[in-house]
Design a binder for this molecule. Sequence first.
Ligand code: SF4
Length: 493
Amino acid sequence: MKILMLYPEFPDTFWSFRHALQFVRKKSSSPPLGLITIAALLPDHWEKRLVDLNIQPLLDWQIAWADMVFISAMVVQRKSTQELVERCKRRGKTIVAGGPLFLQEWEKFPLVDHFILNEGELTLPDFIHDLGMGTPRRLYQSTEFAEMSCSPMPMWELVNLKRYDSLSIQYSRGCPFDCEFCNITAMLGHKPRTKSASQILAELDQMYQLGWRRNIFFVDDNFIGNKRQLKEEILPALIEWRKGKTGCSFVTEASINLADDPELMEMMAAAGFTQVFVGIETTHEASLVECNKGQNRNRNLLESVHRMLKKGLQVMGGFIVGFDHDPPEVFDMQIDFIQRAGIVTAMVGMLQAIGGTRLYQRMESEGRIHHDTTGDNADGTTNIIPRMGVESLRAGYSQVMSQLYEPELFYERVKTCLALYEPVRAPVRLGWDEIHAFFRSIWLLGIVGKDRKYYWDLFRWVLKKFPQKLPLAITFSIYGYHFRAVNRQNGLI
Ligand code: SF4
């Protein structure tokens, strides 16, 4: 059996970092971890090839080679997925599909032959068995959750590592919290299920042996769901693993209560974590109550962010506008908070209701869903009818995005972050790609860029105050270039 694994193209989004990746000569931020994990669950004697359309085109001979095509996709990849399905079907291929897009919308893909939904560790073996018997069904689903000990080592050998900026690893699935808009818990449950330290180290060893030295993203939502196991088993193992090794900084996602645990933050920084994405959402208490984000309530959010920065963890923040309880001044409140917090990478989105969430059910029961979500939570769209009216929300959102990423406020925020951030280890590893990025930033931002005065002002400032943070200052400047490009494309500036 010859299996062609296809990963559809992402549009140009806030998270694609496409405009920034050209600086480090990369095509995509990270490879398709789900697909290469599924590949490892297929019989050993089946031949497998991977084509990630984010780094290479799909050629007709590759489709012709395959007996079956496997496609995995998120909602934001819907357009490219539809094109791929039609193209492969025209060539008579059997198509097998899974991932969050199909979990929500499988009925909208009549050309797909088989859907392997929910967790592949549970549903794929039944498909393979039925296929062997000659009686495969169209739909494989499960209401159970898989033990992470069943999750195999991803087949990294299928991936052309040189094209990516970071690699991914998954330590846990599930989150103990219950935010109304969240589809992570809808898909993966509330009980954090975790891999063992030996599983994690084996995956890291493989990446390291393949020569990987750049960032590694722990894709968990939420990494600190099981703090005890982290402190007693995983982080001590990672601290030990790191000894004598170079590069490989870790990035992850965690809830804000991380800021309440100095020991955990110190251990994470010692283990090599340099960045953490935190869902802050809003500073307006009534909106936090509305979305059931209890862990963010009754706390000084600003201090929480600053505590993480001081412990060596840069904070990327997720923010939402458009809650029913948002007051008219919420847009100014968001800008003010993000500036004072020094959150350089602030992903602000309009509230969207993703299928399967409690928010979706509520909006549907109130007749407030008006179309499918795009899956891009920072493109200035929403699929719900917001209380404040869609025009007001869109206008406020444009104001937030244009102000946050206009050069004056953006570079000021970079300075706030750099002044507060106390790295435990070098946050940027300097290789040829980074040297290339440095010279390209001088050209694109410092010479031909129309905001060059801000770039050079930051350059002088950081050299004078924190010269060791210059590489990070350049990295942030490049992020700003990307965010402005995406905002322009979305018509937000
Ligand atoms: S903390 Fe994050 S992952 Fe957990 S329920 Fe809330 S939004 Fe979802």
